[in-house]
Write a protein that binds this ligand. Structure first.
Ligand code: 6PG
Length: 472
């Protein structure tokens, strides 16, 4: 019997869909799952009549694959990956390749690449985005590891990936854990945009008095614009239109307001803090999830703490229109991408990843959760200037900021006056105002540091390091 082209470990929804995707692109496959009953169920169900066989143990699985073996692991990130590597490596031979397609922490991937390569195997850490549908129909894939390992799977991945006008949504990202790092940052941007759309919904509901169906109509309009046309706006409309199964009311209004998280948003922010990258919009989205999970405390606080009192307000500008909310959504989305790309640029230098920014924008244009028309503009911006330090400095993006910042400011002001939290919008406004300010008040911070701790400071009028005896 001829050997299979491709092996998959882990028959969760993503694993099943990816192997069906590979098979439909002409790659005969063999599958393995820790519990064989799951394998049997898949082979009798969705895998029936396909060029897919099953294996009951890892030796049998490895034996059924042609060499060099190409094995995708779709299992829970963390110790389970190391456990499977330990179990399968006795059966592997020189040149065989393991691919981790989960949301692994990039430092774990760095370690695994070094470990596996020291044993003459290949290891690719590959971010995969697109959810279950994307996995089946074409995800965006972010593989990192050695180039030679990537080349062994390039033809397979190029066929499996989403296709956009300038090619498949996969590329060789870079060495070591770079693929998983790029996926982590993708998810940080994803957190940002999800929260931005949630803030827009909250303002339209609580300040504009709109219901889910009216807000969905606005999302539908936004999805037709170059600035906001995106998968996340598209599914926001779908979520807002969905009725509860009993047809009584909107399902969104019945969902508990506590957002979960699996770690990638946190890792994005941790990396940014470590690398000295400024990601306030993304951080605000992460923190919004943290605060949302404190439901019991919030309920208690609601009866104790009050918002701004309308009668004390200096202005009565407490209402907003959806055009201004669109300004806020556009600029905050742009800020999320700009902050994510900036983090990638800094990490690329620090970790020697040599990331190609236009290629990253390109592979995010299709298949993934943050796919949007804006990514074409982002790709163009980095093609125009590969040394671009921040997307906001590109002419198209700076024009967006200059045209929309007043709208964003109006929205943040109205939200503040109404006591409605808009963490991403207000962080974005502060980010933009800080970034465009040539002189910030950190001169005074430096003075204080020098006053109490002799930390020294530099001057604007002459070179050198200075200290003042502040208290004498
Ligand atoms: C994707 C998603 C996917 C997953 C997120 C959800 O790109 O397909 O990012 O990987 O749905 O990890 O993350 P949270 O549970 O942390 O929101």
């Amino acid at each position: 019997m001829s050997k299979a082209h491709f092996g998959l470990i882990g028959l969760g929804v993503m694993g099943e869909n990816l192997v069906l995707n590979a098979e439909s692109n002409g790659f005969s496959s063999v599958v393995y799952n820790r519990t064989y009953s799951k394998t049997a169920e898949f082979l009798d169900g969705r895998g029936l009549g396909k060029q897919i066989t099953g294996a009951s143990d890892l030796k049998d699985f490895v034996d059924k694959l042609e060499r060099p073996r190409r094995i995708l692991m779709m299992i829970k990130a963390g110790p389970a990956i190391d456990a499977v590597i330990d179990q399968i490596s006795p059966y592997l031979q020189e040149g065989d390749l393991l691919i981790d397609g989960g949301n692994s922490e990039f430092r774990d991937t760095e370690r695994r690449v070094l470990d596996l390569e020291s044993r003459s195997f290949g290891f690719i850490g590959m971010g995969i985005s697109g959810g279950a549908k994307g996995a089946l129909e074409g995800p965006s894939m972010m593989p990192g590891g050695t180039k030679s390992s990537y080349l062994a799977i390039e033809s397979l991945l190029s066929k499996m990936a989403a296709q956009v006008e300038d090619g498949p949504c996969v590329t060789y990202v870079g060495p070591g854990g770079s693929g998983h790092f790029v996926k982590t940052v993708h998810n940080g941007i994803e957190y940002g945009i999800e929260q931005i759309l949630a803030e827009a919904y909250d303002l339209m509901k609580r300040i504009c008095g709109m219901d889910c169906s009216q807000i969905a109509d606005v999302m539908a309009q936004w999805n037709k614009t170059e600035e906001l046309s995106s998968y996340l706006v598209e599914i926001t409309e779908i979520c807002l239109r969905k009725k509860d199964s009993d047809k009584e009311g909107d399902i969104v209004e019945k969902i508990l307001d506590k957002a979960g998280q699996k770690g990638t948003g946190l890792w994005t922010v941790m990396s940014a803090l470590e690398l000295g990258a400024s990601v306030p919009t993304i951080y605000a989205a992460l923190n919004a999830r943290v605060l949302s999970s404190m439901k019991e405390q919030r309920i208690l606080a609601e009866s104790i703490l009050h918002g701004p009192s309308q009668k004390n307000l200096v202005s009565d500008n407490t209402s907003i229109d959806t055009a201004s909310i669109m300004d806020a959504v556009v600029l905050s989305s742009i800020a999320s991408y700009a902050q994510g790309m900036e983090l990638l640029r800094i990490a690329s230098n620090d970790y020697n990843y040599n990331l190609d920014m236009p290629s990253i924008a390109q592979i995010w244009k299709g298949g993934c959760i943050i796919r949007s028309r804006l990514l074409k503009r982002i790709q163009d911006a980095f093609n125009l200037n590969p040394e671009l330090s921040n997307l906001l400095l590109d002419p198209w993006f700076s024009d967006q900021v200059n045209r929309r910042i007043s709208g964003l400011a109006e929205v943040v002001a109205a939200a503040a006056e109404n006591g409605v939290p808009v963490p991403c919008f207000s962080s974005t406004l502060d980010y933009l105002n800080s970034y465009r300010t040539g002189r910030l008040p950190q001169n005074l911070v430096q003075a204080m540091r020098d006053c109490f701790g002799s930390h020294t400071y530099q001057r604007v009028d002459k070179e050198g390091i200075f200290h003042t005896e502040w208290l004498s």
